[in-house]
Each structure stands twice: as structure tokens, then as C-alpha cells.
Ligand binder design. Structure first.
Ligand code: ADE
Length: 225
């Protein structure tokens, strides 16, 4: 998979890709992530990327021309399956979207700022709009990092058996069951007996029941899906 991220703040985005699982995925060649600074696509001397909105009102709007130049350059080099715009009024990210996106070959992610981008960018270039939740961030960069993390960890070879994505919360619309490790008794706080029994079918049964109970109390909405 190849991800091209268009941003005015590449420095805000880079560190999540320089540590842990994402770093390893890049080093193993399982994913390529490229950053494109929108200011490199501005032709005027002021390096202006935003302007006042027509009709008046507070807040600047990102101009179409630099975004067009950047996206068009990328599209001339390869075919993209999806051109994503990170925005609070997009479709809310969930595990299903992450699963679908992890099957794509090439995607562009555009990070918005200020009052957002000129609507014509959305009308003519963007194929998918994604929000990471019902709150407003100061830019799309952190949203893009969250999106990339959720997608990249699903790519074949990124996680090993121990960190397998198959047993994650949400993969079957259930939250994950509780987990424990050594010691089995800490200050009298004991690990459930069944987990120490070695009876694997019974352990599996217990985990399924706990996952269901946890989902029923914390996220009953998931059970309706
Ligand atoms: N940009 C600003 N807020 C956002 C959000 N909630 N999700 C994605 N991008 C955003």
C-alpha cells in the first residue's frame, strides 16, 4: 500500500510513523508513506495557501489551486483508489472503514485547516470524507495519523500472531474481553481461575461471554449492528 499525505504541517504528522509498529511496517516495505507540503505547490511570492471566504465571515479557506497542483501531479504518476479528505463533517471512522481501506493500493489523504477547503476541491477531487469523531481538531493531521494507524496495522505482515488484529475490539462488533498476565495473585487481587485451568475450549467460552457482557454494558449499540 502507498499513502500520500498532503499537509501544510508535515512536521506535525511525521512522528507517529517514526516509532513502533508503523515504523516497522515502513521498514519492512509493507507500506510507503509520503508527505507533501502544500506550500511547495504555491506559485505566488507570499506562499499563500488560504484566503478570505466569498460572502464574508470569519475564518480562512484553503485555496483550490495549490491542492489541484499537488493532487494532479500525484495522479499523473499513478492511479489512486481513493482521495480522502479529513474533515469533522465526514463519515465517522470505524473498524469497517479501516478494514475496507486496508485493501486499497494507493490513497491520497488531504488534511484540512482553518475553515476547511474550497468546496470545489471536495466536489471535483475528493472521493471520500472521513472524520475521526464528533469534535473539531485544529487540522486534519492528527486525524490522518489516527486513520493511518488504524489501517496500516491491518496490512498483512504488520502484526505478528501475538498482536493479531483478528482478536481486536470491534472486529466482530464486540469489545475485546479482559486480559491478565503474571502474577496470578497481586496483593490478593486474583486472576479468574478459568484462565489458569489450561482448559482451552472453556477459556474460549469464558472470553466470548465476557466480550458479550462488556459490549452489552458499555456499547449496547454495537449489538444492534
Ligand atoms: N479536522 C478537524 N476536525 C477533524 C475531525 N474530527 N476528524 C478529521 N479531521 C478533522
Amino acid at each position: 500500500m502507498r499513502i500520500d499525505i498532503i499537509t501544510v504541517l508535515p512536521e506535525l504528522l511525521k512522528s507517529p510513523f517514526e516509532a513502533s509498529i508503523l515504523k516497522r511496517a515502513i521498514e519492512k516495505g509493507l507500506v510507503e508513506v509520503h508527505f507533501h507540503n502544500l506550500r511547495d505547490y504555491v506559485t505566488d511570492n507570499y506562499k499563500q495557501i488560504d484566503d478570505y471566504q466569498f460572502g464574508g465571515g470569519a475564518g480562512m479557506v484553503m485555496m483550490i489551486e495549490p491542492i489541484d497542483k499537488c493532487i494532479s501531479k500525484l495522479k499523473a504518476e499513478r492511479t489512486y483508489d481513493e482521495i480522502i479528505y479529513m474533515t469533522p463533517d465526514g463519515e465517522t471512522l470505524n473498524q469497517g472503514i479501516a478494514n475496507t481501506m486496508s485493501l486499497k493500493e494507493n490513497v491520497i489523504i488531504l488534511c484540512g485547516h482553518y475553515k476547511g477547503v474550497d468546496q470545489r476541491v471536495r466536489d471535483h477531487f475528493i472521493t471520500k470524507e472521513i472524520s475521526i469523531g464528533d469534535y473539531v481538531l485544529s487540522g486534519g493531521e492528527l486525524g490522518a495519523a489516527v486513520f493511518c494507524d488504524a489501517v496500516i496495522r491491518l496490512l498483512p505482515g504488520v502484526l505478528n500472531d501475538e498482536t493479531s488484529a483478528l482478536t481486536d475490539s470491534f472486529q466482530d462488533n464486540l469489545l475485546a474481553p479482559p486480559v491478565y498476565t503474571r502474577p496470578s495473585d497481586y496483593k490478593g487481587w486474583k486472576v479468574p481461575e478459568i484462565l489458569l485451568s489450561g482448559n482451552f475450549p472453556k477459556i474460549e467460552e469464558w472470553r466470548e461471554k465476557e466480550a458479550y457482557e462488556r459490549t452489552k454494558t458499555r456499547r449496547p449499540d454495537l449489538l444492534d449492528k
